[in-house]
Design a protein around this ligand. Structure first.
Ligand code: FAD
Length: 455
């Protein structure tokens, strides 16, 4: 992942750019594109900005999310959600997510705030930079297709039923990837008589009162939701493929929660069998098993493929530009297990700078070589394809690489250190990391650094 930056001496260009989605990635993309002199239209199918941070009690008609004819609800937020990152590293680099002082009692000053505070922060951001004026709300993009001259035809549909068709010089895809559920494959599931739900449709614990629930997954959502449910459920059993076959442990601090390895099979009588032979008669299976990339509107004649089962969008140079279509098509927010907002900001600066000719990309061949070398690296290290966009092992390197591409300063050292201490705290204090920590010295450094943006 070599970091190199090429700054161009060509005439600056202003392009007409479509941004799809007004979540965190679309908002910062719109800001960066306009800063760079482009004209921008942001298409947003919802009636407000914020994307996944717009909590709604509404759920989909198919709780497990497999029926293609179900109503689609975009957000996966549950009522109790607090951020799993502290606000100091979570916010955009030049618009820190600092606790707001003042008389707005609805603000949540906690270091790991609830989801409403994140939505307010995104609204503050949009207000500060005048982004809403670029957004066409309640307008869904239904087709993005190539036209002659390397431009893009964008077809959209408003909620009122109007159809639009416009040509753009470039399209930036910012539509998120936490909406289409991925579910676990379980032997016997077609005849199992219990109920199934995906975490996408989890809102509150009430549905699970006095029930026996098997939660599949080992992400922060799986643990958050398990803790939520344990307060009302009869039993909670967490099944995870990352736990060894013989695992069956009671979760410390809980008398109704157990860890198991992944379910072996389920049966018509409602039983759920684990590899160690233990059997649970369950009412619910709750899949906290992640999501699939899904860009149903994108038509690139096969140049960009979305492998939903194996979780790869490609080929993408540094997870952003498809070499053959760069720079007129780009993606913000594809990587996961990262610190999303600052990455969105750097990816957007890069895209905006390349579109204006300020920054030069490597040749298409060089970009393709880089992608192939990356795929080989994954293969060589035995990393399954589904982890293509998982940045766990490259987090800092990737952020530094993006910063170099767009000529920005690399991440401050306190950010890197704070992410490490937070990751350690998730492990050491899984139930209390939101409220107990040991890195106040880094918080002080962060706020010292923020002074250049907040004073
Ligand atoms: P989204 O927020 O999903 O926004 C995409 C937007 O695109 C939506 O508004 C949608 O309506 C719109 N859209 C989609 N398709 C179309 C279309 N065809 N036409 C028009 N508009 C369209 N990140 C953190 O930093 N900290 C956390 O603590 C954290 N917790 C999370 C908890 C959960 C449960 C989930 C699901 C995610 C969490 N994340 C967290 C990650 C979070 O998704 C990202 O931080 C970020 O908000 C994603 O922004 P986005 O703009 O890429 O996507």
């Amino acid at each position: 992942m070599a970091a190199s930056s090429a700054h161009s001496t060509m005439q600056p260009l202003s392009r007409h750019v479509a941004v799809i989605g007004a979540g965190a990635s679309g908002l910062v993309a719109a800001r960066e594109l306009r800063r760079e002199g482009h004209t921008v239209v942001v298409f947003e199918r919802g009636d407000q900005l914020g994307g996944t941070w717009v909590y709604t009690p509404e759920v989909e008609s198919d709780p497990i999310g497999l029926n293609p004819n179900r109503n689609i609800v975009h957000s996966s937020m549950y009522q109790s959600l607090r951020t799993n990152l502290p606000r100091e590293i979570m916010g955009f680099r030049d618009y820190p997510f600092v606790a707001k002082e003042g008389d707005d009692e609805e603000r949540d000053p906690r270091r790991f705030p609830g989801h409403r505070e994140v939505l307010k922060y995104l609204n503050d951001f949009a207000g500060e930079f005048g982004i809403s004026e670029m957004v066409r709300f309640e307008t869904e993009v239904v087709l993005v297709g190539l036209v002659d001259g390397g431009k893009w035809n964008v077809k959209s549909k408003s909620k009122r039923g109007e159809d639009f068709e416009e040509v753009f010089d470039a399209v930036v895809v910012c539509c998120g990837h936490y909406t289409k559920p991925r579910v676990a494959e379980i032997p016997g599931i077609s005849t199992w008589k219990g109920k199934q739900i995906h975490s996408h449709n989890y809102r509150t614990s009430e549905t699970f009162r006095d029930q026996v629930v098997v939660v599949i997954g080992s992400s922060s959502s799986a643990f958050d939701i398990s803790r939520d449910i344990a307060g009302v459920a009869k039993e909670v059993h967490i099944a995870s493929r990352s736990l060894a076959d013989e695992t069956i442990n009671k979760k410390p601090g809980y008398d109704n929660m157990w860890f198991h390895s992944m379910i072996k099979s389920v049966h018509e009588d409602g039983s759920v069998v684990f590899p160690d032979g233990s059997v649970v008669l369950a009412d619910f299976i709750l899949h906290c098993t992640g999501y699939k990339y899904h860009f149903p509107f994108l038509e690139t004649n096969g140049i960009v493929t979305v492998d939903e089962d194996d979780n790869r969008v490609g080929p993408l140079f540094k997870h952003v530009f498809p070499p053959a279509l760069a720079p007129s098509l780009s993606f913000v927010g594809v990587p996961w297990k990262t610190v999303p907002f600052p990455n969105f900001e750097l990816q957007s600066k890069w895209i905006a700078g390349v579109l204006s000719n300020r920054i030069t990309l490597p040749s298409k061949e060089e970009m393709m070589e880089d992608v192939n070398a990356f795929y080989l690296l994954l293969e060589g290290s035995g990393t399954p394809k589904r982890y293509t966009h998982d940045l766990t092992s490259f987090r800092d390197e990737y952020a530094d690489c993006l910063a170099a591409q767009c000529g920005c300063t690399v991440s401050e050292e306190w950010r890197k250190q704070m992410l490490l201490t937070v990751a350690k705290n998730w492990f050491v204090r899984p139930n209390t990391y939101h409220d107990e920590w040991d890195d106040n010295h880094l918080v002080l450094q962060a706020y010292e650094d923020f002074r250049k943006y907040t004073i």
